[in-house]
Design a protein around this ligand. Structure first.
Ligand SMILES: NC(=O)c1ccc[n+]([C@@H]2O[C@H](COP(=O)([O-])OP(=O)(O)OC[C@H]3O[C@@H](n4cnc5c(N)ncnc54)[C@H](OP(=O)(O)O)[C@@H]3O)[C@@H](O)[C@H]2O)c1
Length: 258
């Protein structure tokens, strides 16, 4: 299937490694031009260098997406370099584990800023361009633990991921008249070199084998590319009647019926 993404312009946050990088690679493979961001210069430079060497037009911006002007800076860069913005993917995210009773206001504030507010702020900044062209796709990476309870220690993470799915749904309703689709993708446990699951597999191989056996019916961790390819499809006109959806990519790990 040709996704017809050649020449489309995509902004991807949290794109220097892991799922965000795989999304950048997948979109680049479909012929998109890219503006990527992350905080660490070295990894971002390496990602941009690699994609550039394959012929992609790509610009990396070293920045923290929680700064209030992050969205404006990303949108301005995309418009300045390419003249339009077709796709926005918010992938940056983080977690602060801990029993609810031990969490602090500062813990909540930090992860609400990163997992929720930064995505709303940055995606809001691309709306004028998308509205003007009467088309666009906005997509956030959430988690299966925004669709259902993740268990002890995940109150902050679960809350922020659920809130982002919720906001995306309302955005999808409101922005439909402008031709803008808004979706979320909810990964299960994704393993890639250097990821937290990869580290846990190395430090506790037997424990992780039994985790997979009891939690993931398809019998293995997911790959970042498996999330990325779904993102590329949802970002394309091939998914033109999909908006307001939250798509799990999880090897049947989640149990939610909705
Ligand atoms: N891996 C999983 O199993 C899994 C499962 C479900 C959902 N998810 C979600 O998928 C997304 C990506 O996860 P991942 O495992 O690929 O994460 P990761 O390996 O930690 O990569 C996160 C990326 O985001 C960037 N980033 C982090 N904080 C940032 C900030 N404040 N501003 C700008 N960039 C920032 C990181 O680069 P810098 O550190 O250099 O900024 C990096 O490029 C997250 O939203 C996560 O919650 C992951």
């Amino acid at each position: 299937m040709d996704l017809n993404l050649k020449g489309k312009v995509a902004v991807v946050t949290g794109a220097s490694r892991g799922i965000g990088r795989a999304i950048a690679e997948s979109l680049a493979g479909e012929g998109c031009h890219l503006v990527l961001c992350a905080r660490g210069q070295a990894e971002l430079d390496e990602t941009c260098r690699e994609l550039g060497s394959r012929g992609t037009s790509v610009f990396g911006m070293v920045m923290d997406i929680t700064r209030p002007d992050a969205g404006k800076l990303l949108a301005d860069k995309a418009l300045q370099e390419f003249g339009h913005i077709d796709i926005f993917v918010g992938s940056a995210g983080g977690n602060k584990r801990g029993n609810f009773a031990d969490t602090t206001d500062a813990d909540w504030q930090e992860i609400i800023e990163l997992n929720l507010k930064a995505h709303l702020n940055t995606s809001r900044a691309v709306l004028p361009a998308m509205r003007q062209q009467k088309s666009g796709s906005i997509l956030f990476i959430t988690s299966i633990f925004g669709r259902e309870a993740g268990g002890k220690g995940l109150s902050i993470y679960n809350t922020t991921k659920s809130a982002l799915i919720s906001a995306a749904k309302i955005m999808a309703i409101e922005l439909a008249e402008d031709g803008i689709r808004v979706n979320t993708v909810a990964p299960g446990s994704i393993r890639f070199p250097g990821s937290s699951w990869d580290n846990r597999c190395k430090s506790d191989p037997e424990g992780m084998k039994s985790f997979v056996a009891s939690n993931i019916p398809l019998g293995r961790f997911g790959k970042a590319e498996e999330v990325a390819d779904v993102v590329a499809f949802l970002s394309s006109d091939r998914a033109s009647w999909i908006s307001g959806a939250c798509v799990p990519v999880d090897g049947v790990q989640s149990k939610s019926l909705i």
